[in-house]
Design a protein around this ligand. Structure first.
Ligand SMILES: [Zn+2]
Length: 291
């Protein structure tokens, strides 16, 4: 009898410990950044994993890129919570010194503060990583703000594999992955070409392993973002096809909802900050999609 009650007591104590551990374990975020993923691509291609993110998580298929709808300005707006008027990155081949000679955020004269800067300032022991397929990423962020930086990944599958391995070994607080395969195919064949849709499907297949991680870990959130859409074989303009992008969040603590309010790429950084329980930066302008 004693042993039975003893076991019940033990299990109650451990149950409480588990609950406390879950509530105090910081949230972790993996960002799946898909260059040039159009809303049309998601609708036309077979994307069971993106569909699962939308059915079970929070999403909008009406988020808006910033102008111009080029890669660097938009990735920077996601990372930094402001538009090109503040971060000064208005094209892919930008001059780094344009911002440095005229900083818009006081006390940050080298790089505009990004989500990685915020995390380093408020949680210096947090592990962070950026693994990217497009070398243009390198100029956006202060490399001193990131714990692990890996570029020149030739294949998208290598980004996914490297990201999974890094996550499982290091349990980073923030892991940002950039995939270029979809945009590459859009430029090559067109953003409405069957081969573009096939590439969206290839990207979707890579998502599954990350959703599985979130299914196993209540503190992990997967964010899916795209920098811009595309029209014909290009982007950069102000058509709805280029400006409208998806945004999805998936995880056991993410509410199931279609986001109805206006969402901009500038809201991505503040949303990550909210998930990681960080104070937003005084120079940021975007708003979290989460309450
Ligand atoms: Zn791009």
């Amino acid at each position: 009898m004693y042993s039975k009650y003893f076991l019940i007591c033990i299990s109650l104590v451990f149950g409480c410990v588990t609950l406390v551990a879950q509530s105090t374990t910081p949230t972790k975020v993996i960002v799946i950044g898909i260059d040039g993923l159009t809303v049309d691509g998601i609708e036309q291609a077979s994307t069971p994993n993106m569909d699962k993110m939308m059915q079970e998580g929070s999403f909008t298929l009406n988020a808006q890129a910033v102008m111009p709808t080029k890669s660097s300005p938009n990735w920077m707006s996601m990372l930094s919570g402001v538009g090109p008027d503040q971060h000064r990155i208005t094209k892919n081949g930008f001059d780094k010194d344009v911002y440095r000679n005229n900083p818009t955020c006081p006390q940050y004269s080298e790089y505009f503060p990004t989500i990685f800067t915020l995390l380093k300032e408020q949680n210096p022991i947090a592990k962070t990583a950026l693994i990217y397929q497009w070398r243009g990423f390198k100029k956006l962020i202060n490399p001193n703000d990131i714990g692990y930086l890996k570029n020149k990944m030739i294949r998208a599958e290598s980004v996914a594999r490297k990201g999974l391995k890094y996550y499982q070994e290091q349990q980073p607080t923030l892991l940002f992955l950039h995939f270029n395969l979809v945009d590459f195919k859009g430029h090559l064949k067109g953003y409405k070409h069957p081969k573009y849709y096939k590439t969206v499907e290839r990207m979707d297949e890579m998502l599954k392993a990350f959703l599985d991680l979130a299914d196993q870990d209540p503190n992990l959130c997967i964010l899916l973002v795209s920098d811009h859409g595309g029209i014909d074989k290009n982007h950069g303009g102000d058509t709805p096809e280029e400006l409208t992008v998806p945004l999805m969040a998936y995880g056991q603590n993410i509410p199931t909802q279609k986001i109805k309010k206006a969402v901009s790429n500038m809201d991505v950084g503040p949303s990550i900050a909210k998930l990681l329980q960080l104070k937003t930066h005084k120079c940021w302008e975007g708003q979290s999609i989460f309450k």
